[in-house]
Ligand binder design. Structure first.
Ligand code: ADP
Length: 183
């Protein structure tokens, strides 16, 4: 029994599912994935189709961005799913749901979701990773807000995401303007 279980695990190794909206993906998310790869053999980054949230990028656009960003990271697989996360996880070899925690404000929602997922599937565990101090203030929502007003989000999201945000908000891809007394 134990040997059979081991063999099954050895096929793919330890897999974690990192699910979220990723609308758009930020370096906060990427940092969690990179650190998770130190613990897990594979990480599945799964975009949730969330009808309740009005997304800026379609699921297809997000899939394309994420696949490009992780194209040189073979241990990361990018996917999307509809419906309950626990049902999606059941179709994979993962036993762990990975989540990032930024602040105490994230905790209550995450605690409820982890408890609910645990009650739906008692074999599943949720693993929380603390945010990197450089990205604790970074959320997809604030990135969208700042970018929509023309603010610089370089260094907080990959260059590809910067470009896609500028296209979405129809902002020119220009160099920083120096404001002097003569302006
Ligand atoms: P949701 O749509 O459920 O809020 P997101 O797509 O924004 O989720 O993010 C997925 C996961 O990544 C969540 O667990 C969220 O807390 C985490 N996360 C988002 N931004 C950061 C960050 N800057 N640092 C660490 N974790 C983060």
């Amino acid at each position: 029994m134990l040997q059979k279980k081991k063999m099954k695990e050895n096929d793919v190794g330890k897999v974690a599912i990192y699910a979220g909206s990723f609308d758009p993906i930020t370096y906060g998310h990427i940092d969690i994935v990179e650190r998770a790869l130190e613990i897990f053999d594979r990480v599945i980054v799964a975009i949730a189709h969330n009808a309740e949230k009005r997304a800026l990028f379609s699921v297809d656009e997000r899939l394309k961005m994420l696949r490009k960003i992780f194209e040189h990271t073979p241990r990361v697989m990018v996917d999307s799913f509809k419906g309950l996360l626990v049902d999606y996880v059941a179709k994979t070899n993962a036993k762990v749901i990975l989540r990032g925690l930024r602040a105490t404000s994230d905790f209550e929602y995450e605690f409820h979701m982890a408890s609910m997922n645990r009650s739906l599937n008692t074999h599943l565990d949720t693993l929380f990773m603390m945010t990197n101090k450089d990205y604790f203030f970074v959320s997809s929502r604030t990135i969208k807000e700042v970018a929509s007003l023309g603010g610089a989000v370089e260094g907080l999201v990959p260059d590809l995401v910067v470009r896609r945000l500028k296209e979405k908000f129809k902002l020119p891809v220009t160099k920083k303007k120096q404001i002097g007394w003569d302006d």
